[in-house]
Design a protein around this ligand. Structure first.
Ligand SMILES: Nc1ncnc2c1ncn2[C@@H]1O[C@H](COP(=O)(O)OP(=O)(O)OP(=O)(O)O)[C@@H](O)[C@H]1O
Ligand SMILES: [Mg+2]
Length: 292
């Protein structure tokens, strides 16, 4: 009997959170690096279905870095990155679009639907959701004038039209978005999924932006997880190289979302079963929270 009562108590602990978040939207970035073991993918899908059934709307933006790199290698191409962004020539862009839109997106949609959700896969092109322009990377040089590096068909978001997401959410569908956008001439651009998630969260006026990845959070030089980080501290950690590579777009994405009115942003470990529920329904949360 005691055990059953304890179960009820655990359930009721979620009540204040459900009350606060009912009807709100969370944008969740499902990082490629976190899409690993089958049981973890199942736990992710179950968390998403559960959140939606208790009235929390979720929009998912996924990455797929490791799968893109694996496919490139199979096709005899060597993946290259500059400041955490993939160098994307035309052939790479086709691989990115095939792997993200065809493989990864549909896998996530199927998983959610197999647990009773109603997920719908979209790319940033669908419903004119994401407009982008070519992104040029600036590299500081010794002359003091930034060097501009062209990394190909990589985009930055210029506009999000959330209409298609709002329409789907209204009818109980769960949008799953692959981070590909359309340029000014309709060209296909590869966009970092963290930035897409941030822009979508801003456009939707989301309550939370949660980024799932393959590390416990932001880790300092002593290998300790930093539980809360503010803008000023981030500048220092980027400057001294503590935050680098794939973590750079994440902190930028979180800061931008906060600037645009998203209440809370978190970087959490997608390798922990039910990490979403742990973050949302516990006081302590997990991972790193980025604050203004
Ligand atoms: N200070 C830091 N703390 C934690 N991780 C860091 C830090 N600096 C850099 N990283 C790197 O950032 C990586 C996460 O970004 P990465 O782009 O590889 O994954 P992802 O964004 O989850 O997946 P995808 O890009 O496929 O969507 C970590 O695996 C780690 O190597
Ligand atoms: Mg990444």
């Amino acid at each position: 009997m005691k055990d059953i009562i304890m179960k009820a108590e655990i359930l009721i602990e979620a009540l204040p959170y459900i009350r606060n978040f009912w009807g709100r939207t969370f944008v969740i970035k499902y990082g490629g690096a976190a899409q690993v073991r089958d049981e973890l993918k199942e736990s992710f899908a179950k968390d998403i279905v559960m959140l939606n059934l208790i009235g929390i709307k979720t929009t998912i933006v996924h990455g797929g870095g490791p799968k893109i790199s694996a496919m490139m290698q199979k096709m005899g191409k060597k993946p290259a990155f500059v400041q955490g962004q993939r160098v994307t020539d035309e052939e790479t862009m086709s691989i990115v679009e095939m792997v993200l839109g065809g493989l990864v997106n549909k896998e996530i949609v199927s998983l959610i639907n197999s647990h009773g959700g109603k997920a719908v896969g979209l790319s940033g092109k669908d419903g004119a959701l994401i407009k982008a322009k070519k992104k040029l990377i600036k590299k500081p040089s010794e002359t003091g004038v930034d060097e501009i590096i062209d990394i190909g068909l990589v985009g930055e978001v210029t506009n999000v039209d959330p209409h298609v997401i709002v329409s789907l959410e209204k009818d109980g569908f769960i949008p799953v978005i692959s981070p590909v956008g359309a340029g000014p001439k309709g060209e296909t651009l590869n966009i970092n999924a963290d930035h897409v998630a941030s822009a979508v969260a801003s456009a939707l006026g989301a309550e939370k932006l949660i980024l799932l990845t393959d590390v416990p959070g932001i880790i300092d030089k002593k290998e300790k997880i930093i539980s809360t980080l503010k803008k000023q501290q981030i500048r220092k950690l980027v400057g001294d190289g503590t935050i680098s590579g794939g973590m750079l777009p994440k902190v930028q994405a979180c800061l931008k979302a906060i600037e645009n009115g998203v209440s809370k942003t978190h970087i959490i470990d997608g390798r922990i079963p039910h990490c979403l529920l742990l973050e949302i329904f516990t006081k302590e949360g997990i991972g790193t929270e980025i604050r203004a």
